[in-house]
Write a protein that binds this ligand. Structure first.
Ligand code: PLP
Length: 466
């Protein structure tokens, strides 16, 4: 079926444009057809042929069947690569937002496979056969682990903060230090979330210094205030001429003035991380210091799936649970199963089953030994690398500007070669994400999970040897 048309001065011959069925039958599209389906692929081929027709009208030569098929195959591959898949994190950032924050590990994967693959007893009481409370185990475990009276789990910490403020302070003033009006990644800004919740923001203090007296003055001026909100200054650090009241003094002021002390804690550490050298307060310490309600993420230093928790005084948590927004923000079945499995590991004291904690707790000597083993393995396979000292990061808005001591292996390469190796690493199976810097590709081993050493070395060898 040829086509011919006249445009301007010359005539353009479109008869050489390949036919749809010929392109679809090309062997280079077999895999794409299987993975995307025949209908999607046909639409894609038509689109590329339309573009080819346009190009030919503009004076380009007619593409061959193979040309079009290869272009469509490359496009299909890019589409398939956008699908979320397992990758090896060699960046040294333990909670990497672009890599899904906390990895879940084998124990949680097993729970997902056994409890979530079929029907799940998520809202049924198996003792009585009657309807049960969704999230009951997770919420009871969070109380046990934090010392709080009550808990509620929701979709993420942004949801937890929104729900807490909406349920407990809508229409009323809430006092926040100017040093804590922060923006977390991904568009979460305290003033904007507060506005959406219906609470009225009252700013106190200055960017670098806020004293107890500032809070007291603000409460004098706002007799109908509902609460003081304390926000974890997660992903940035103030140094120098700075001041922030003691948590306990703030709690005492809130009690004296009969307002609530609400807290957005960010990370949700269940075990004390300060003895390990991380300046990240635990949920228990926040509850003990006197916060009436504490919100946190379950996929940051807690090391679980995406989720948010609201813990604290029973009457206040109950008010959050009763709010109509709670239903809209509830935690999904899959993350709930994963969260319960994570919390079960905490209850049993099986901390090594939580990969985030394993990465944070790994002694530097063990990290060093692991880097040496990988370097030796690479040498045996003909790839030259060196063991280097590195500074990773906790990530996920925790311990900003505090490098996480680590070791890794470094490959030296220049310009184009370096970019080509990094690209081959990302294109591999599994894809590997290293840290790329001037003249070097660095593989931080602290963020490697169990069993990833061998696939990592294989991927490096493959990428280097092209
Ligand atoms: C991370 C963080 C949030 C947002 O939590 P998500 O679970 O990502 O929704 C809010 N507040 C603070 C202080 C945080 O660190």
């Amino acid at each position: 079926m040829g086509e011919e048309e006249t445009r301007g001065t010359g005539s353009v011959d479109l008869r050489g444009i390949p036919r749809v069925d010929r392109v679809l039958a090309n062997p280079s599209l077999a895999e794409a057809k299987r993975k995307l389906g025949a209908a999607t692929l046909t639409r894609l081929v038509r689109r590329f042929l339309d573009e080819a027709r346009e190009a030919v009208r503009g004076g380009a030569p007619c593409p061959s069947v193979e040309d079009v098929a290869l272009r469509v195959a490359a496009h299909a591959e890019r589409t398939l690569r956008t699908r979320a898949r397992r990758v090896i994190n060699a960046t040294g950032v333990v909670l990497h937002t672009n890599l899904g924050r906390a990895p879940l590990g084998a124990r949680v994967a097993e729970a997902l496979a056994s409890s979530a693959a079929g029907y799940t007893s998520i809202e049924i009481d198996l003792a009585t056969g009657r309807r049960g409370r969704r999230g009951a185990f997770a919420e009871d475990a969070l109380c046990e682990l934090s010392g709080a009276e009550a808990a509620l789990v929701v979709n993420n910490n942004a949801a937890a903060v929104l729900l807490m403020l909406g349920a407990l302070a809508a229409g009323r003033p809430v006092v926040v230090s100017r040093g804590e009006l922060v923006e977390i990644g991904g568009g979460f800004r305290v003033p904007e979330v507060m506005a959406r919740s219906g609470a009225r923001l009252v700013e106190v203090g200055t960017t670098n210094k806020t004293r107890i007296a500032d809070y007291a003055c603000a409460l004098d001026a706002a007799p109908d205030a509902a609460a003081i909100l304390r926000v974890h200054q997660g992903n940035f650090r103030q140094v120098g001429f700075v001041e922030r009241p003691e948590h306990r003094s703030l709690a005492a002021l809130a009690r004296e003035r009969k307002v609530l002390l609400l807290e957005d804690l960010g990370g949700g550490a269940i075990v004390e991380l300060e003895p390990l050298g991380f300046s990240e307060p635990s949920v228990r310490s926040s509850v003990e210091a006197g916060s009436d309600v504490v919100c946190f993420s379950t996929d940051k230093v807690l090391g679980g799936p995406q989720g948010g928790a609201i813990v604290g005084r029973a009457d206040l948590v109950a008010a959050c649970r009763k709010d109509p927004l709670a239903r809209a923000l509830r935690l999904g079945r899959l993350p709930l199963v994963a969260l319960e499995a994570t919390l079960a590991a905490y209850l049993e004291g099986d901390l090594d089953a939580i990969p985030t904690l394993a990465a944070l707790r790994a002694p530097l000597s063990a990290v060093h030994a692991r880097a040496e083993r990988i370097q030796a393995e690479l040498a045996q396979k003909g790839v030259t690398s060196s063991v280097v000292e590195l500074g990773g990061a906790v990530g996920g808005g925790a311990c900003a500007e505090e490098p996480l001591p680590s070791f890794g292996v470094a490959l030296e390469a220049t310009g184009g070669a370096l970019a080509a190796i990094a690209e081959r690493l990302r294109a591999g199976d599994p894809p590997v994400l290293p840290r790329v810097q001037e003249g070097q590709i660095l593989f931080d081993v602290r963020t490697l999970l169990d069993g990833e050493d061998e696939p990592l070395t294989a991927a490096i060898v493959h990428a280097v040897k092209g």
